[in-house]
Design a protein around this ligand. Structure first.
Ligand code: KIV
Length: 272
């Protein structure tokens, strides 16, 4: 039975309980105040202020160019809008990989200025020192394994990850490492459903999938994709729940026609 509507404030503890009782966790990205307000009011469990903002908000080809200050700007706007869901802010590329002290300082800056609930970062053993140091400051960390878009230049392609046994083994080891370090959840992106199921079964913390099958503990999508605002991106894992691109183009087209014809504004839409 779903009890998610009765929860006044979603915490990392609430997410752990949801996994225990088999209630799926819903997560979507948002990057601005108006969208986050609607998403929170609709009853989402977690908003991820994803570094996918680099793609859908700024038009970059990859997530790499977004800066810490830009992520903080998006995070702050989202936190202002929500009253119920947990807010997680992505740590951008270059702010946590090389040096755990720099990682800690980046995470502290995110938490101090945005007032978000947690941070997310990509990677396993390579970033475990950063994860441990951030956790030691009392900042909840969500991991991210499988397809890690910040490593696109190493992969060279956005194809499904961990199909081969050695990569799947490494992913499983990394997931356990992140759990042992104290991460409260892990995102698994674009991996075989059987591997997603195995990780969710073997780990106690919630596993949130995006293209990781239906047997994980929750799902996340980029809001622009699921609302049909992005048109060119159609991976197999994406379900579109609206076609806002055509709604918006239709409304803007009608507005243009009304302005050109002089129909807008009418007498009631102006002042005496
Ligand atoms: O940045 C993002 O939107 C993400 C999701 C794809 C999980 O990391």
């Amino acid at each position: 039975m779903s009890v998610h509507k009765e929860i006044k404030r979603v915490t990392t503890h609430v997410l752990a309980e949801m996994k225990l009782r088999g209630e799926k966790i819903s997560m979507l990205t948002s990057y601005d105040y108006s969208m986050a307000k609607l998403v929170d009011q609709a009853g989402i469990d977690v908003i991820l202020v994803g570094d996918s903002a680099a793609n859908v908000m700024a038009g970059h080809e990859t997530t790499l160019p977004i800066t810490l200050d830009q992520m903080i700007y998006h995070g702050k706007s989202v936190v202002k809008a929500v009253t119920r869901c947990l807010v997680v802010v992505d740590m951008p590329f270059g702010t946590y990989q090389g040096n755990s002290l720099e990682a800690l300082n980046s995470a502290i800056k995110i938490m101090k200025i945005t007032h978000a609930d947690a941070v997310k970062l990509e990677g396993g053993s390579e970033v475990i020192e950063s994860v441990q140091r951030i956790l030691s400051a009392g900042i909840p960390v969500m991991g991210h394994l499988g397809l890690m878009p910040q490593s696109i230049n190493r992969y060279g392609t956005y194809v499904v990850r961990a199909k081969e046994a050695d990569e799947a083994d490494k992913l499983m080891k990394d997931a356990k490492l992140l759990e042992e370090a104290g991460c409260f959840a892990i995102v698994l992106e674009k991996i075989p459903a059987s591997l997603g199921a195995r990780v969710a079964k073997e780990l106690k913390i919630p596993i949130i999938g995006i293209g990781a099958g239906g047997s994980v503990d929750g799902q996340v999508l980029v809001i622009h994709d699921m609302l049909g605002l992005t048109q060119e991106f159609s991976p197999r894992f994406l379900r579109r729940y609206a076609n806002l691109a055509s709604e918006i183009k239709g409304a803007v087209g009608n507005y243009i026609d009304d302005v050109k014809s002089g129909d807008f504004p009418n007498e009631k839409e102006q002042y005496d």
